[in-house]
Design a protein around this ligand. Structure first.
Ligand code: 1HN
Length: 367
């Protein structure tokens, strides 16, 4: 048989297999097992003022209740809207921005997705309760809602409160693990004074009353910005990480592992006028600019940001951060690293060329 007859015979054989719902691995191995991670997630950037204005418009338009439990506008990555599917921020991660107005109640429910909140505007008079612990939310705080915990939000103050919601919606959907249950009442009963876990754990130590607490989920539900900022200041006496600047992971104070077992959370400080070298890793990340201005180069594309903006670093993508303003930059980010690490799938690589910095080939333009 010559080569083309041979190919024809193999193709005809594959057609016969397909009729019996079978496939030849010799034609498909390279698609199934790629040499490096492949995906459709593109980086994207959303401006804070756009999101904030839409939310304020949605304020009087949407009353909260059991019909519409949360006033949230989510980041819809344009590269992920296909085949009629809702696009999230990445394949695994979902990010929404929530507005709660004075006096409102976002009713209690629970779900199997892990959730975190990062407070963008708030003076400590709106709150979340998590399984009966009420915690007041201020700008810069990270609040945990571990999977299957009852949670509702309320507001005792006078100004609108905005926060970032991060959930592992895509991951849980892929793993077919989604469960949701509304609570029979708007609010879940309180089981003690407000912010008791902050009182017991906030300095990385624990109150002796907590000796019997086991590690899951994290007993601390609010990582106060004042404490995190102080921790970052402490780090500046040491060398900065070449790829992340001065950076911390939020951790569970009992286990030392990720604060939420599935959603990774970090805060990094890029000192005024400095920048990092580029690297890439398998885990993907959603960034929120808490303060400062600068840009991130992702696979040769420059994403310029200022306070409040959101951007995506897709899996296995070169990225580096640069501060351009007079003040230090603080970047909050959420990622899927804990899950990839548990599965032994995370990898990291440093950018070797050009002394570790990418050449800028394009400037990001919104689609
Ligand atoms: C959720 O429960 C909240 O509790 C916010 O505030 C956003 C997005 C998807 C699924 C559940 C909340 C959510 C969510």
């Amino acid at each position: 048989m010559n080569q083309s007859d041979h190919r024809k015979a193999l193709d005809q054989f594959a057609d016969r297999l397909a009729k019996d719902h079978l496939g030849p691995l010799w034609d498909n191995l390279g698609t199934m097992v790629t040499k490096q991670p492949t995906h459709k997630v593109k980086p994207y950037l959303w401006k804070w003022q756009t999101i904030r204005n839409y939310l304020l418009e949605a304020g009087p338009l949407l009353a909260l209740g059991r019909e519409s439990e949360r006033r949230v506008i989510y980041l819809q990555n344009p590269s992920l809207i296909h085949e009629g599917k809702i696009g999230y921020a990445t394949d695994t991660l979902y990010v929404g921005i929530q507005l709660l107005l004075p006096g409102e109640v976002a009713p209690s429910h629970r779900h199997s997705q892990a959730a975190i909140r990062f407070i963008i505007e708030g003076k400590g008079d709106a709150f979340t309760t998590v399984n009966g612990e009420k915690t007041y939310m201020e700008r810069g705080d990270l609040v945990l809602t571990p999977p299957w915990t009852w949670h509702d939000h309320g507001h005792e103050g006078t100004e609108p409160v905005f926060w970032m919601d991060g959930l592992d919606v895509g991951l849980v959907k892929t793993l077919t693990g989604s469960f949701f249950e509304p609570y029979h009442d708007d609010t879940y009963p309180l089981n003690g004074p407000a912010d008791s876990s902050v009182a017991r754990y906030a300095s990385g130590v624990r109150s002796i009353s907590e000796r019997k607490v086991r590690g899951y989920p994290s007993p601390l539900i609010n990582y106060k910005w004042t404490n995190i900022k102080q921790a970052l200041e402490g780090l500046t006496r040491l060398d900065a990480d070449p790829y992340d600047g001065y950076a911390i992971d939020y951790v569970n104070p009992v286990t030392g592992g990720s604060a939420d077992a599935r959603l990774g959370t970090s805060m990094q400080k890029i000192a005024a006028g400095t920048g990092t070298k580029a690297h890439r890793h398998v885990h993907s990340a959603c960034y929120h600019v808490l303060e400062g201005e600068g840009y991130t180069v992702i696979n040769g594309e420059k994403f310029e940001w200022t306070q409040g903006d959101f951007f995506i670093v897709p899996p296995w993508s070169w990225h580096e951060h640069h501060s351009t303003g007079q003040t230090d930059v603080h970047l909050f980010s959420m990622n899927d690293r804990p899950v990839l690490e548990i599965l032994g799938l995370d990898q990291e690589e440093a950018y070797a060329e050009n002394n570790g910095n990418q050449f800028i080939e394009r400037i990001f333009q919104p689609e």
